[in-house]
Design a protein around this ligand. Structure first.
Ligand SMILES: Cc1cc2nc3c(=O)[nH]c(=O)nc-3n(C[C@H](O)[C@H](O)[C@H](O)COP(=O)(O)OP(=O)(O)OC[C@H]3O[C@@H](n4cnc5c(N)ncnc54)[C@H](O)[C@@H]3O)c2cc1C
Length: 390
């Protein structure tokens, strides 16, 4: 067994940390202004391209950084340190875009990889959250292609993106299908931009689609493949959430350790009190254990065959569930160690406290991850617990 980072991972970690440190310069502005102005977006975009960390999940031949899953985890851990979800400025196109035809790739994916366009993924609806089968958005065929009608909620980056990947029930069979839709297509309206608990550099708006005409060539993948494509995206996406929450938790622990050593009460540093030491130790345990497992699963995905797919889906669910819940515990303790300052938005721990909460909700709630894990145990036994064998 070799648990060491490869020389390439060491380099990527350093590059990602340098980029993270640069982007962190915008954290306070993002918090105060609930977003960033266009010039800040342009500077970060240039920095991402200079670092070569654009589209880390896309092949180098298309202009992406072409990283393995283990390498992506290394990068996402560093980016996860950022507050204001500034990690999302380091764009990683939806993996679903790998299903583009060559023409779609030139029109949509390649410009996203270059940082010239931006995608967003619209699956959730008012009545279709954990259960996307409840979908009411429809796609009806006509002589010019497809006509979309319906609504989508919580569309992350929906304000900034210029095209959407929309899940709709297509045709009389209600076949779940993804469509590539330019956001300025007539009939698309951004109806509400809710204010959420976290400060996020982009918004998560709601959209309505009224007789939105798209061409036959707007179908991504194939008719009826919408769930399968979305699901195949979840395994990697959930692992990246695990990685980012671990990075966030590590930053919070570093800040809290430093604060505990520096802050004196009752005539001594608070780090000398065992109740504080217990919290620091519990944070270290939560981070160390989850980091190791997340890297294990990343390695397994990189070395997997097609028949491992279902078990790896469950392993990614374990990683997401465990890391997001552990980081929630970590940030709660870290806020406590900071005392009243931990409640001040000028402190990173306060922002992380609000921001880490959603990781237990999006890309499948903690309850849904538990269902996936239990389902795997019931169907295929406890192999999900096994270490990979050489
Ligand atoms: C900030 C933010 C950004 C988002 N970005 C996107 C995006 O870009 N694109 C997109 O499509 N969606 C996005 N989402 C939507 C997100 O994926 C959903 O919120 C999530 O899947 C849960 O769906 P829901 O909110 O409808 O909750 P519901 O599904 O209504 O769940 C409510 C509660 O019931 C529980 N529950 C549901 N079913 C079961 C069950 N079978 N057993 C046990 N418990 C159950 C849930 O775990 C939860 O606790 C985003 C959400 C948020 C908050």
């Amino acid at each position: 067994m070799d648990f060491r980072l490869t020389p390439r991972q060491v380099q990527l970690k350093a590059d990602a940390r340098a980029l993270t440190d640069f982007i962190a310069g915008y954290e306070n502005q993002c918090e105060e202004e609930n977003g960033l102005p266009a010039d800040a977006h342009a500077k970060v975009r240039d920095a991402v391209l200079d670092a070569g960390l654009q589209a880390v999940n896309m092949p180098a031949e298309w202009g992406g950084a072409g990283l393995t899953i283990a390498e992506q985890v290394t990068v996402q851990e560093e980016l996860g340190r950022l507050t204001g979800a500034l990690w999302d400025m380091v764009w990683r196109p939806a993996n679903a875009l790998r299903f583009c035809t060559p023409e779609q790739r030139e029109r949509f994916l390649v410009p996203v990889i270059k940082g010239e366009r931006r995608d967003c993924y619209a699956v959730t609806e008012r009545g279709a959250g954990s259960d996307p089968q409840n979908l009411t958005t429809t796609a009806t065929r006509n002589d010019r292609g497809w006509v979309l009608n319906g609504e989508k909620w919580f569309v992350t980056v929906g304000d900034h993106a210029d095209f959407m990947i929309v899940l709709a029930a297509a045709g009389p069979d209600r076949a779940p299908t993804l469509f590539l839709v330019d956001k300025d297509t007539p009939g698309i309206e951004m109806t509400r931009v809710p204010r959420f608990m976290h400060t996020f550099v982009y918004e998560h708006p709601e959209f309505t689609f009224t007789d939105v005409q798209v061409g036959e060539d707007a179908v991504l993948g194939g008719i009826g493949e919408g769930y399968d494509i979305t699901r195949s995206w979840f395994t990697e996406e959930r692992l990246m959430i695990a990685a980012r929450t671990i990075g966030a938790a590590e930053r919070a622990l570093e800040l809290s350790r430093d604060w505990a050593v520096e802050r004196e009460q009752f005539g001594a540093p608070i780090s000398s009190y065992q109740l504080i030491q217990g919290m620091l130790a519990d944070c270290a345990v939560d981070i160390a254990v989850n980091r190791a497992y997340t890297h294990q699963v990343a390695w397994e995905i990189d070395h997997s065959s097609a028949e491992d797919r279902k078990t790896l889906h469950a392993k990614a669910a374990i990683a997401k569930l465990s890391a997001s819940e552990a980081s929630g515990r970590v940030i709660d303790r870290c806020l406590q160690i900071h005392g009243g300052r931990g409640y001040d938005r000028a402190y990173a721990v306060e922002r992380l406290y609000r921001e880490l909460r959603v990781d237990r909700i999006w890309e499948g709630t903690s309850e849904i991850q538990r269902l996936i894990i239990a389902n795997e145990l019931i169907k295929r036994g406890s192999g999900v617990l096994d270490l990979p064998v050489a």
